[in-house]
Design a protein around this ligand. Structure first.
Ligand SMILES: *Cc1c(COP(=O)(O)O)cnc(C)c1O
Length: 472
């Protein structure tokens, strides 16, 4: 038997062809370009100087339009010029979640190590729709998704997880799997449910979900019991939330799981935000009952510090994923699958699919459970500090002590219109990114803290800024 010569192609360097990122020569082509990108990132961030650029959308739209024109020049401007000008404008015009006053949404500051790993994913560009496009990537995805699923379902025999584009896709898949397993399910959810669950019902042709009150921000158990008692014909899927987007609250998961058992309903828990508390020794008890769900959504591009996208749908048994089985002759013909080539199409409704698992695997290995737990603990501690600071300011009102890392507050005595105006003023001045949420019939400013580097001084500056900008 002859061994074929093992050559690694180098990027095309001949003529004026732009070099490729892969092969043994790819890194040499990339290195100088990365220098341009990194310099442009720094220059843009320095020019911005704050969490986002001042001027609001009109000003920024104009400056981006000027930078990018002509979008398709007749003669190319070359890699360096294009990278420098556009990356600089992109960085200048960013709402940068690494800035301590960028705290509006579940918009995470990604870890440098995860971004570095993502570069390798882009350079090699494996696509997870067939093994012959992603040999190591598919093996890594299988290992890491099983390990993550085992964190969620430690007592399950064959836990497994799908990698998704985020919580929205994970919730959609959870509803789809429930429909395929039980028939056209009626979703029953708290009023605190993420909007993507309602949209999933619409997308999948299911009836409008039954909504149960969540008067204090979490699903009311007596009301849920009543709703489940009233729905005695047809399959039911209860969806609960571990970490609401508006207030960072956790539904009574054990109580909800008890009710689902008693009424024979399936249970999905959306832990997009709160799921990574599993890594924290101090806080994992807040998720008691999570492993009683039939499926769980996790979003590692929130409290997992991954660049988008890094969603997970975990299930206690891989057999639950069977409804996604699908064949396309060019990707997973039966004879290939029988001969032992892994069948990847059943792991997503997408076809071409990025190896988002690489950055996740690198992060888990680099930090370990302790390192991730520490980041979770620091982030939650920053939220408690923020609440303490607000509590000490007579001009501000705190909604309640945070459970996760979301703090709702408002200038005392301000109207809802004044609260909304204050938020936009801070945005347009480029001084702070805060979110907004309704609770108890009023509009609140929302600080969603995800940056584990945030210091007490940073929080003090943010709070002082709000107090000083308030006009009632
Ligand atoms: C963020 C979030 C989602 C949606 O996740 P995406 O990654 O934005 O698709 C779903 N549910 C909850 C509770 C969330 O916080």
């Amino acid at each position: 038997m002859t061994t074929p010569p093992r050559t690694t192609s180098s990027p095309t360097t001949g003529g004026d062809l732009p070099p490729l990122a892969g092969g043994s020569g790819g890194p040499d082509a990339l290195r100088p370009l990365l220098d341009v990108v990194l310099d442009a990132l720094r220059t843009g961030a320095l020019a911005r100087g704050g969490p986002l650029p001042p001027g609001g959308p009109r000003h920024l739209d104009r400056s981006v339009a000027e930078t990018v024109a002509p979008v398709i020049p007749d003669r190319g401007r070359g890699a360096r010029e294009a990278l420098r000008s556009l990356v600089e404008a992109f960085a200048y015009g960013a709402a940068d979640p690494a800035h301590p006053r960028c705290a509006g949404h579940l918009h995470t500051p990604p870890l440098a190590l995860a971004v570095a790993a993502d570069l390798a994913a882009s350079a090699l560009n494996p696509s997870l729709d067939s093994w012959d496009q992603a040999p190591a990537a598919s093996a890594l995805e299988a290992e890491v998704s099983r390990a993550l699923a085992a964190e969620v379902f430690p007592r399950a025999a064959r836990p497994d997880a799908l990698v998704t584009t985020g919580g929205t896709e994970a919730n959609q898949l959870a509803v789809l799997l429930a429909r395929e397993q039980h028939g056209p399910v009626r979703i029953v959810c708290g009023a605190n449910i993420h909007h993507s669950v309602r949209r999933s019902a619409w997308l999948l042709g299911l009836p409008e979900p039954v909504t149960v009150p969540a008067p204090d921000g979490t699903t009311d158990l007596a009301a849920l019991d009543g709703a489940l008692t009233a729905l005695h014909d047809g399959p039911v899927l209860v969806t609960a939330t571990a970490g609401t987007t508006d207030a960072g609250l956790i539904d009574p998961l054990d109580g909800i799981a008890d009710l689902c058992e008693r009424h024979g309903a399936a249970l999905h828990i959306d832990a997009a935000y709160g799921g990574p508390l599993l890594f924290s020794h101090c806080h994992r008890n807040l998720l008691r009952g999570l492993d009683r769900a039939h499926s769980v959504t996790l979003d590692l591009h929130k409290l997992g510090w991954q660049p988008v996208a890094a969603g997970i749908l975990a299930v206690p048994g891989s057999a639950r994923l069977a409804p996604l089985a699908h064949t396309a002759d060019y990707l997973n013909p039966d004879d290939d699958t029988e001969a032992g080539l892994p069948d990847l199409l059943g792991r997503s409704p997408r076809t071409t699919r990025r190896p988002d698992i690489l950055k996740v695997a690198v992060t888990l290995r680099a930090l370990g459970r302790d390192g991730l737990g520490d980041l979770v603990d620091r982030t939650l501690a920053a939220a408690r500090d923020c609440a303490d600071l607000i509590g000490g300011r007579p001009g501000l009102e705190l909604h309640r002590r945070p459970v996760l890392s979301t703090v709702l507050f408002r200038p005392r005595g301000a109207s809802d219109t004044a609260v909304a105006g204050l938020r936009r003023r801070l945005l347009y001045d480029g001084r702070a990114v805060l979110g907004r949420a309704h609770a108890d019939g009023r509009l609140w400013l929302k600080a969603t803290l995800l940056n584990p580097h945030t210091t007490a001084d940073d929080l003090d500056t943010l709070i002082a800024l709000v107090e000083g900008s308030s006009t009632r």
